[in-house]
Design a protein around this ligand. Structure first.
Ligand code: ADP
Length: 456
């Protein structure tokens, strides 16, 4: 009983740490909005607000065969997309898992791997008759790490995120590097556009649902994109772009509140994650929200209670003490366990960590998962609200295309975002709805490649 009482005390303490009041959320929204404005005004700001050189929305008539390569945080995906116009398409694709070594090995080797995988894919597509032999296909490259671009087929990596650290890549043009690898392996593909998954998601979602004005990704990392008026991007005013033009902005909002740590409610667990990460200080918003970190936050809370002697006395806890051993998918499973006995949670702890749990502990863990997951969704709502408020979308309302495993698989994540929007805006918050977006890095990247070819 003493243990049960201790857990209840800890839960109350953690509830206070992880709960965001509507008032606190509105303060975050205001600070976030300022950060977006500053990012548009001057280069090199905390939230970089990167112009993507994707001009305006797609017409829906884009057509033809395109290759798409997506270097994600977890997988490499290669696709063949046939755009058929009228908002329709066909897609075939193959996924390859990236190893931790590849993420930290020499940068050029990473692009060599992409080229080799694409080559295998193109050869099998030629054999199946989907691609004509001898044809060189336009390629949309989805590279979802902050790049500075001054045209669509060029991008200098500003810094790695999502646990990547391949040397000799930051500060280099990744299109040039990938081109080199494509030539080396004689792959019949021409890179016409570099995009990030978020911009691709914005374009693909608008292709099928024109009320879409914002796209968000909640996967290994988190990010957002929307369409901005060129006249409202002071930092590119000297480029001679028609002020009436619209340009998609890749916010790279995962960086919000980095270094200063003034606005976001960071707990000691967030600080530990930050300090132990390979990029301390950076991606402050992302570290509270994205799939890469939520499991780790929960694991750190559990480990603290192990150290204090509250949990797992007399059991061997070495497995759960391994950093990043607690996958965010476990939080999803814990929250969605339908059984009274919480059998799923028994399974997770015994199978993956060789730990026996009591029912009271399992209920406690589920409550913790809820705190961590709910805070992530409500902070996400703050970011969405900042864009909505900046662009005056509230009255008219808009759809937000959202993608990534956290959004798609975490039970209640979308509902919690919607609740958050109502907490921020009141009833009008219901005018903003998120939905499962179209495939940005495959379809979106192909549409961007088609838009680029049409514009040339
Ligand atoms: P990426 O962002 O790498 O392109 P995903 O969108 O699949 O790919 O995101 C992967 C992240 O989502 C990982 O951090 C993983 O822990 C997390 N994740 C995977 N499955 C789930 C799930 N069922 N619930 C919550 N998070 C998940």
């Amino acid at each position: 009983h003493a243990t049960k009482r201790k857990m209840a005390d800890h839960l109350r303490r953690l509830e206070t740490m992880f709960t965001l009041t509507p008032q606190r959320m509105r303060m975050i929204v205001e600070a976030f909005k300022d950060a977006l404005e500053i990012g548009l005004a001057k280069p090199g700001q905390v939230v970089p607000m990167i112009p993507t050189y994707v001009f305006g929305w797609p017409s829906g008539k884009e057509s033809g065969n395109y290759l798409a390569v997506d270097l994600g945080g977890t997988n490499l995906r290669v696709c063949l997309v046939t755009l058929q116009g009228g908002g329709k398409w066909e897609i075939t694709q193959t996924k390859y898992r990236l190893t931790e070594e590849q993420k930290h090995d020499e940068g050029q080797l990473l692009f060599d791997f992409c080229a080799e995988c694409l080559k295998t894919f193109v050869e099998s597509s030629i054999e199946s008759g989907q691609i004509q032999r001898g044809a060189t296909l336009p390629l949309g490259f989805t590279f979802s790490y902050p790049c500075s671009q001054d045209k669509i087929d060029h991008g200098v990596l500003i810094r790695w995120t999502k646990g990547f650290g391949a040397p000799n890549t930051e500060g280099h043009d990744v299109v040039e590097m990938f081109k080199r690898s494509l030539e080396k392996h004689s792959v019949p593909a021409e890179i016409v556009a570099l995009t990030c998954d978020t911009t691709g998601t914005l374009i693909a979602s608008h292709y099928v649902n024109p009320t879409t004005k914002i796209a968000c990704i909640f996967g290994t990392g988190c990010n957002a994109a929307y369409m901005e008026r060129a006249s409202d991007i002071p930092k590119i005013s000297s480029l001679g772009i028609d002020p009436q033009d619209e340009i998609a902005i890749n916010c790279e909002w995962g960086a919000f509140d980095s270094f200063e740590h003034e606005h976001l409610p960071r707990t000691k667990y967030d600080t530990i994650i930050d300090e132990a990460s390979n990029k301390p200080g950076e991606q402050a918003f992302e570290k509270l929200i994205s799939g890469r970190y939520l499991g780790e936050i929960l694991r750190l809370i559990i480990c603290e209670l192990i150290d204090e002697g509250v949990l797992f006395l007399g059991q061997n806890t070495y497995k759960i003490e391994i950093p990043y051993s607690f996958d965010t998918a476990f939080l999803s499973l814990m929250e969605s366990d339908p059984t009274d006995e919480l059998l799923m949670i028994i399974g997770i702890f015994s199978h993956f960590f060789a730990l026996e749990t009591t029912l009271a502990e399992r209920q406690f863990f589920r409550a913790l998962a809820k705190l961590v997951g709910r805070r992530a969704a409500r902070l996400s709502a703050c970011g969405i609200a900042a864009i909505v408020s900046k662009m005056n979308y509230l009255e008219e309302g808009c759809a937000v295309g959202a993608d990534g495993s956290l959004y798609n698989k975490y039970p209640g994540f979308a509902d919690r975002i919607h609740e958050g929007l109502v907490d921020i805006f009141g009833e009008k918050g219901r005018n903003i709805t998120t939905y499962h977006a179209e495939d940005g890095s495959g379809i979106g990247s192909a549409i961007v490649a088609a838009m680029t070819k049409n514009r040339k």
